[in-house]
Ligand binder design. Structure first.
Ligand SMILES: Nc1ncnc2c1ncn2[C@@H]1O[C@H](COP(=O)(O)OP(=O)(O)OP(=O)(O)O)[C@@H](O)[C@H]1O
Ligand SMILES: [Mg+2]
Length: 316
């Protein structure tokens, strides 16, 4: 484990007596990209706002870059760059002027300011629009400017609330590369997103919250493992040399196997654990040749849907 740059303990927020963030405890280490996922209304933005001192927690504590999120709000904000949802720009000012204003808040002036603003606008693909007023920007252009606003003052911690919502595929690809570049520089990145392949591609660890509670948290492999343990494993097997009854018979005694079906020349085996080694051995023992054997790996999207699926109401 590295050094925790974001940490919360039992962070809770009640609105109208209802917990929208409920006893949330997690850490994000230095240099990590953490994907914070959950359905609409799960409490992601509220959590991010509490981390930044924009919303007062009802109970619980947290630290960002070593600063207390309740008592050291100014220090927390100095350490962070943030893309909130919705973003707030001076619409009547240009992209350049908006970033200039932002740099000045962080005490960056003169030549350094000019260099930083120009370089950042180039990076997010707004070079040609830098002197255009923001109210004339498209949604995706505003989103790009939001990303620029996060990185322009080179903060240690970068937080993005749905950074690629409304961004075109090239912009999304640029964003992913930018995040990996920032990670390589040692930045700590916390982002919310509904774009599962993007999260799967760039995040070191992922947390999924539902109704304000963390349901699952870990790297993608750990999530897959937890999901499979809960949902069962599915193996695909292709065998030569022996016929179906022999195959079925050879694996029939293996503990954990619940069903065996045939599909497109494959045997599809459902099991409560990863029985691939047992299956391979059993088939060989009866003279079969295993030509393919793999364990199905669920996508993050499937894991998300399963974890966030509403539990069916129990009928009295
Ligand atoms: N200021 C507020 N007053 C009362 N309720 C609020 C307030 N802000 C948020 N909520 C409620 O808190 C819950 C969590 O909202 P939040 O914006 O944190 O969700 P989210 O996970 O960011 O969702 P989304 O994916 O739609 O952005 C929702 O039920 C929302 O209605
Ligand atoms: Mg939100």
């Amino acid at each position: 484990m590295g050094q925790a740059v974001i940490e919360t303990q039992n962070l809770t927020k009640l609105y109208d007596q209802k917990a929208v963030v409920n006893n949330l405890s997690f850490t994000v280490d230095a240099g990590e990209i953490f994907g914070f996922l959950g359905p609409n209304g799960a409490g992601k933005s509220t959590t991010m706002k509490m981390l930044l001192g924009l919303v007062q927690p009802t109970s619980g504590t947290g630290k960002v870059a070593g600063h207390d999120i309740i008592h050291d709000v100014l220090e927390v904000r100095k350490a962070c760059g943030v893309l909130p949802d919705p973003y707030g720009f001076y619409e009547n000012q240009t992209a350049w002027q908006n970033l200039k204003f932002y740099c000045e808040l962080y005490d960056i002036h003169g030549k350094e300011l000019e260099e930083k603003v120009n370089k950042t606008l180039d990076k997010v693909g707004l070079h040609d629009a830098k002197h255009k007023k923001v109210h004339k920007f498209s949604k995706g252009m505003k989103q790009r400017l939001g990303v620029a606003q996060v990185i322009v003052h080179d903060p240690q911690v970068m937080m993005f609330d749905e950074p690629t919502a409304g961004i075109d595929p090239q912009g999304a690809e640029d964003f992913r590369n930018l995040m990996l570049e920032m990670k390589a520089k040692g930045k700590t990145i916390f982002l919310t997103s509904h774009v599962m392949p993007e999260v799967e591609a760039i995040c070191d660890r992922i947390g999924i919250i539902v109704n304000g509670e963390m349901k699952i948290c870990g790297n993608v492999d750990q999530l897959v493992e937890q999901f499979s343990r809960r949902q069962g494993y599915q193996l695909r097997l292709r065998v030569k040399e022996i016929d179906e009854p022999v195959v079925r018979n050879s694996i029939s005694g293996i503990t954990g196997i619940s069903t065996v079906a045939r599909n497109n020349g494959f045997y599809v085996i459902n099991a409560s654990e990863d029985v691939s080694e047992d299956v391979s051995r059993a088939v060989c023992r009866t003279g079969g040749l295993v030509t393919e054997l793999d364990v199905y790996r669920p996508t993050l999207n499937e894991i998300f849907l399963e974890v966030t699926r509403p539990v069916a109401a129990v009928k009295e």
